[in-house]
Design a protein around this ligand. Sequence first.
Ligand code: XMP
Length: 311
Amino acid sequence: MNYKKFIKEKIKEIKKVIGKEKALSVLSGGVDSSTVTVLAWRAIGDQLKTVFINNGLMRDKEPENVVKAFKKLGIKVEVVGAQNKFFRSLKGITDPEEKREAITKTFYGDVFKEIIKKKKIKFLFQGTILTDIEETVAGIKRQHNVLAQIGIDPQKEFGYQIIEPLIELRKDGVRKVAKLLGLPKSTYQRMPFPGPALAARVIGEAKPERIAIIRKATNIVEKELKNTGAFQYFPVLMEDKATGLRNNKREFGNIIIIRCVESKDARVATPTKIPWKILEKITKRLTTEIPGVNRVCYDLTPKPPATIEYV
Ligand code: XMP
């Protein structure tokens, strides 16, 4: 694909569709939403309103980092606090698909809807990519941002139109577009992060306490595995617990799985052969720096039969 041509054409298309109206772009800090935001901003400038929703499920310092990165690009980002809304909608839910649905509903039917109404906006930009659609339609996983393809009409249901300029691309294509658009390397090379954020990284209920554990663990794992250059690496908090021993006392503690995979476009993946020493270091850090974590495992399963994420 000629990505320069792709960018030119998309900018032209966006200008035509939006006309003189206002549009909203919601950043998550990931490659897809960052790319869409810059693309839309190039096309319609100040007619674009960019927000970052703090849903309480984001990684450590994510809102601050996103605002800073976009300030450098000349794009102002407003942070909207919505932690309570999300935790309320996730309360008591343990089923993965129900969790995704709760997050979708809170984003589209509550938080976005409110901003759009308040600011008299007609369009929402979204960084949906081809893989999101394929997996949802195939019934593998309901990606939180796939609507039309599963029979949801956003205009009818939520009162706004959704524009998805990256829908023909996969992750590798999005990275190329992002680089051409002048996004920093730290963004276009950033590993994928799921829309349901850290809620996808805990099995079972996404309670604030459990999200806090996985946030700390994510910080540690991302730092320690950065140099592997792997496609994606992250920890997952299990719902089960395991018996352990701390300060000569029995402890029934949390289990964390480390997942690190090589992949080109997330359709297939193989586990990274991480040096034992690094795994030992991560294990030590997770079990000493996070209270109640007493067991760490490394996942050796390729995709398929596993998926990359656990939820
Ligand atoms: P899976 O787990 O299906 O993930 O192998 C494929 C890639 O998509 C990323 N990703 C998501 N995965 N829900 C997901 O399960 C989402 O909403 C989502 N958004 C992105 C995932 O991290 C992996 O790179």
